[in-house]
Design a protein around this ligand. Sequence first.
Ligand code: TGC
Ligand code: FAD
Length: 390
Amino acid sequence: PDLFQAPDYYNIDELLNDEHRLVRDAAREWVKREVSPIIEEYAQKAEFPKQIINGLAEIGAFGPYIPAEYGGAGLDQISYGLIMQEIERGDSGVRSTASVQSSLVMYPIWKYGNEAQRQKFLPKLASGEWMGSFGLTEPDHGSNPAGMTTNFKDMGDHYLLNGAKMWISNAPFCQVAVVWAKSEEGRIHGLIVERGMEGFTTPETHNKWSLRASSTGELIFDNVKVPKENLLPNKSGLGAPLGCLDSARYGIAWGAIGAAMDCYDTALRYSKERMQFGKPIGQFQLQQKKLAEMITEITKAQLLAWRLGVMRENGTATSAQISMAKRNNVDMAITIARDARQMLGGMGITGEYSIMRHSMNLESVITYEGTHDIHLLITGLDITGLSAFK
Ligand code: TGC
Ligand code: FAD
């Protein structure tokens, strides 16, 4: 059984309203019931558990903050964050699937799409009937998406799309892909590419040691005819995909707390049960130091995420503030995962416990949605006004 007990050292529950707690508890119960019992097996066999798609939709994980008129859950930013926290407590790969669907596929269609596109795509994405992917990264352009070479030409009655995207979450089974490509004038636009369009393929990426329960692949466009009505009309330029990343990175700042909580809770319980030298290992100062630092860092990360959520909700959070939270909280989680794994000794490397899986997953989380170093440079730019990228 999943014995997880969420730490709340500073009584952060008091900062939440009834709806937040309700949404959080429903997600927590669902993860215990539907994710924890199966996720290790799926990670071991490197497969996304498709049977959880309906459940993800039911707990509001697909478009938590998208208005109900489009099938979204119509929740606020704190509820969105709490759902991500609970899902990532189960597995970062499952949270990735939800992040991509919500913030990288539904968000751009909602914000940059027209009414017909919203009506056509959002309800089916919210229910999980259709799954989406987001193609920004290319084989030769990761941290610097402005250099992308994927492009489309205006052929009169349609666009002709060519190029390739790499490292795309959900790609192998997506029904729709929001793809960022350059026009003949070199301006970046978002196009909705649908499975079945001729010349569009999505080969899976194999042999990952991280995020194994999430399906990753390529998006390849070989003279794909994209109907003109599939171009997102209301925003273009690099700021369009980066705006989606703001929303996803905010969710990751919360999600990482979930992974860290699970590692801490597991290590704490183990430290009280595991006897060495005639004592529980939790009685040794070196192990207490690890646990005490973990709960301190989790508490700081919770406060950062909560405050950022309040600022997101009232529309004042800056992209640089989001970068700080994503970077800090993922780094916090990966450090805790590593220390927690050591506390379990040999047992820590097995699939009997979730820690090694979290630890490996977080290697992707610290890389995608902007690497650890890129986010540091975004903070550097924000405080000095000097860009290290240009
Ligand atoms: P720069 O000149 O700074 O900006 C270009 C334009 O964009 C605007 N902008 C933003 N707008 C909205 N939100 C943001 N966060 C923004 N950041 C910048 C900016 O104002 C400007 O607008 P305008 O109107 O003046 O043109 O761009 P740059 O080329 O110098 O690049 C900056 C840099 C390096 C920070 C950016 O390229 C970056 O963030 N790189 C990291 C790439 C990245 O995060 N890729 C993620 C791919 S998706 C993914 O990983 C999904 S994982 C899936 C999962 O969760 O499972
Ligand atoms: P690079 O950009 O080549 O970076 C290599 C190293 O160089 C990094 O350490 C980086 O920090 C450093 N570096 C780069 N530029 C600088 C600089 N200016 N100064 C200092 N250091 C620098 N992308 C999508 O579009 N959609 C997805 O759904 C998606 N899902 C993903 C899922 C997984 C499992 C993974 C691993 C990645 C995913 N990505 C996705 C891609 C991800 O966003 C990129 O991997 C990431 O942005 C880094 O790009 P890169 O791998 O090309 O590394």
